[in-house]
Write a protein that binds this ligand. Structure first.
Ligand code: SF4
Length: 359
C-alpha cells in the first residue's frame, strides 16, 4: 500500500489500528511531505519496531520521472510514468521567488474542449491521491528549482471530475505538517462543473479559475461542450456564490484566445457584461492559443491580443496575458498532450473541416 494514497484520516486509522497514538500519523506526514523523507528507517522520532512494521506494510511510491525538458524561459515539463504504465505531465514554472507547479488530475480528459490537446486524446482514468501528491513531492524534492510555492490544477484533466481525490489532495497542500500552502496559493481551474463548484465552496474553498472562452452559450457549447449541461447562467451563479468563501477577492476567468473565433473587441465587451450582470468580481487571464499538432485553430496576431487586453483593462479588469511559457517543450496550456501514449477511450476526433463548419 502506498502511503501517499492514504488520506489524513486513513493514516490516523492505520496508526490506531496498529497500536500507535493518532498523532503518529502527523509525524509520518511531516517526514514524508514536509521533509521529503521516503525511507522509514530515517524517521528517527518513530519507534524502531513501528518503523520496521511500516516498511513491511507500506511503501512511499513516487511516479517515475521519465523525461524532464527545460524550456528556454526556465519552465520545465516533466513526464511521469505511473505504476499502471500510463504517462502524465506536470509543468514547473519558476518566476522570481515563486515556483508554480502545474499538476495533472486525470489521465486524459473527457470534457473535450475543442482547442485542447489533452481533450483531444480522450479520457482514461482519474489519478489517485498518491499520483497527484507524487507530482508535487517530486517537484519539491527531486528538482533543483526549490520548493513549490503555488499549485495550479491546470494540467491534464478536469479536477472537479476527480472530486474526492482532489479534496484530499488539497487538504494535504494546505496542511502545515505537509506542504503548508495558503488557500490563495492553490488554484483549481475548471471548465465549469457547477455542482462541484458549489461543493468546493463548502468543502475546501481555494482560489478558483474558470475556463470561460466565450460569453454566449452558442459559442461556448462548441468550445467547451460541458456548457450544454451547465450553461453560462448556472456557471455565473455558482461563481457569484463562491465569492463569499473564496480566499481572493476575485475569480480568475481564463480565455484561450482563438483567432477569428473569440478574440474581437465585441467578445471582450460581452465577457465583461456577462460578469458584471452576475455581480462577479473578476480578473482575466488571457492565454494566446498554442498550436499543437492536431489543432485547427490559430493564434491571434499580437496586436489583437494586446487590443483585447486593453479593452478589458479599460472596462476595469486586471487582465494579464499568460506568457506562452514552455512553448518549446509542449508544456504550455493546452499542450499537455498527445505525445504521451495513454489509452485513448474516445473516438471521433473532429476533423479540421468539421470544426471549421462550426463557426
Ligand atoms: S481544457 Fe481542461 S477541461 Fe478542457 S479538455 Fe482540456 S484538460 Fe479537459
Amino acid at each position: 500500500m502506498n502511503l501517499l494514497d492514504l488520506t489524513k484520516s486513513e493514516l490516523e486509522r492505520f496508526c490506531i489500528e496498529h497500536g500507535q497514538p493518532k498523532f503518529k500519523a502527523l509525524q509520518l506526514t511531516k517526514w514524508v511531505h514536509n521533509k521529503g523523507v521516503h525511507d522509514f528507517a530515517k524517521m528517527t522520532d518513530i519507534q524502531g519496531s513501528f518503523r520496521d512494521f511500516l516498511s513491511q506494510k507500506l511503501n512511499i511510491y513516487i511516479p517515475k520521472i521519465i523525461q524532464s525538458t527545460k524550456s528556454a524561459d526556465g519552465s520545465e515539463k516533466w513526464l511521469f510514468k505511473l505504476k499502471s504504465g500510463e504517462v502524465i505531465e506536470s509543468v514547473i514554472i519558476p518566476e522570481g521567488s515563486r515556483i508554480t507547479a502545474c499538476v495533472s488530475s486525470q489521465v486524459g480528459c473527457a470534457v473535450d474542449c475543442s482547442f485542447c490537446a489533452t481533450g483531444n486524446q480522450g479520457f482514461s482514468r482519474n489519478l489517485s491521491l498518491g499520483e497527484m501528491l507524487g507530482q508535487v513531492w517530486a517537484i519539491n524534492y527531486l528538482s533543483n528549482v526549490g520548493r513549490v510555492t503555488n499549485v495550479v490544477l491546470m494540467g491534464m484533466g478536469e479536477p472537479l471530475l476527480n472530486y474526492s481525490n482532489l479534496i484530499e489532495f488539497l487538504k494535504y497542500l494546505l496542511l502545515d505538517e505537509a506542504y503548508g500552502l495558503s488557500r490563495r496559493k492553490v488554484t483549481v481551474s475548471t471548465s465549469g462543473i457547477v455542482p462541484f463548484i458549489d461543493r468546493l465552496r463548502v468543502d475546501c474553498p481555494v482560489s478558483l479559475a474558470i475556463s470561460l472562452h466565450a460569453a454566449n452559450n452558442e459559442l461556448r457549447n462548441k468550445l467547451v461542450p460541458i456548457n450544454k449541461k451547465y450553461p453560462l447562467e448556472q456557471l455565473m451563479r455558482a461563481c457569484r456564490n463562491y465569492q463569499d468563501r473564496a480566499p481572493r477577492k476575485f475569480i480568475t476567468f481564463e480565455v484561450v484566445l482563438l483567432d477569428e473565433v473569440n478574440d474581437s473587441l465585441k467578445d471582450a465587451l460581452a465577457m465583461s457584461r456577462l460578469i458584471k450582470d452576475y455581480g462577479v468580481n473578476a480578473k482575466f487571464n488571457l492565454i494566446p492559443y498554442n498550436a499543437y499538432s492536431k489543432g485547427v485553430f490559430k493564434k491571434p496576431a499580437s496586436e489583437k491580443i494586446k487590443g483585447f487586453q486593453t479593452k478589458l483593462q479599460e472596462l476595469g479588469y486586471v487582465t494579464t496575458v499568460r506568457k506562452t511559457r514552455g512553448d518549446d517543450v509542449e508544456g504550455a496550456c493546452g499542450q499537455l498532450s498527445g505525445i504521451v501514449n495513454n489509452r485513448i477511450s474516445r473516438v471521433g476526433v473532429l476533423e479540421k473541416s468539421e470544426i471549421a463548419g462550426l463557426f
